[in-house]
Design a protein around this ligand. Structure first.
Ligand code: DO4
Ligand code: MG
Length: 290
């Protein structure tokens, strides 16, 4: 089952179950303790609760009559890095001085984890994600995103875009927060696939397509089978000596890096598809220097 936050043409915001081409709106007022998406996600039985909350008075709403919003409430967004061989190689090439750090972290017991975004820096589907005006070499990073409850349970999956300024990151690893964390630095959505079974690793494909002026300028594909880390292990590292009262979203690293000569431009369109979960599409905005 997939859940989403949607905005209707009359301005109303709802939580909904996502079906083929329609959504079924939920009526949260039926359960006293249920006020937002997180209350459903972190419930003992999110699927049972969602079915119970279906507003039977309302017909399904076609996708054409709504917008999908970023599927989070107050969660912090964190990210793992260098979890795929492709990412390790790309970082070592972009940063000669720090190459050995990337090499070591790929095989180390402790993963690279960094703070990625607060909810106000997260863009939902079709909202522009940003390239910093002071970066001349930026890429999208298409990543499986895990939805983690306050008690560190994996409760769902969504599609994430860890926007990255490779020139800033490559100049000095101490610049990582500036390369990764800025306004509109993260895309998430369109919906959350509730966790039931572990995802099939080889069959869960991640595809990135970048279009410029209507032409495809990059296409790449990987699968989460290429990831060198276990999802539950990443969550357990995230939870060490930390607390997430609102839960967390954890991006799991990129396995697709465009060639070095590629950089995003203003008005490019980035599409990230993860099989079984959904397709996240965002235009790129790059502001002029002030
Ligand atoms: O170490 C830099 C960031 C790595 C990253 O974001 C990734 O591998 O996805
Ligand atoms: Mg990344």
């Amino acid at each position: 089952m997939k859940l989403a936050k949607v905005l209707l043409s009359n301005g109303e915001r709802h939580i909904a179950i996502v079906e083929e081409n329609t959504v079924q709106l939920l009526d949260l007022s039926q359960v006293d303790s249920c006020h937002n998406l997180s209350d459903i996600l972190y419930a003992p039985d999110p699927i049972g609760l969602s079915k119970f909350l279906v507003d039977t008075e309302l017909p399904p709403v076609p996708f054409s009559q709504l917008e999908f919003l970023a599927p989070l409430d107050q969660q912090e967004v964190w990210a793992a890095g260098v979890t795929y061989k492709r990412s390790q190689v790309a970082r070592m090439e972009e940063s000669e001085a720090a190459a050995s750090h990337y090499d070591q972290v790929y095989t180390a017991d402790r993963p690279e984890l960094f703070f990625k975004a607060t909810p106000n820096r997260v863009c939902g589907p079709n909202q522009p994600v940003r390239v910093r005006y002071d970066s001349q070499w930026s890429v999208p990073e298409p990543e499986l995103a895990l939805v983690v409850s306050p008690d560190l349970r994996l409760v769902g999956y969504t599609v994430g875009n860890d926007m990255s300024a490779r020139d800033i990151e490559g100049e000095n690893p101490l610049y990582l927060p500036q390369a990764k964390f800025y306004k509109q630095c993260c895309g998430l959505g369109p919906c959350i696939l509730l966790h039931q079974e572990p995802l099939p690793r080889e069959a869960t494909k991640i595809t990135l397509v970048i279009e410029r002026s209507g032409e495809e300028v990059f296409q790449g594909e990987t699968s989460i089978g290429e990831m060198a880390r276990d999802l539950e292990d990443l969550i357990s590292w995230l939870g060490k000596e930390n607390e997430f009262p609102s839960g967390a979203i954890l991006l799991t690293g990129t396995g697709i890096v465009p060639p070095d000569e590629f950089s995003l431009e203003d008005r490019d369109i980035v599409s990230i598809d993860i099989s079984g979960i959904g397709t996240l599409i965002n235009p790129i905005v790059k502001g002029a220097a002030p």
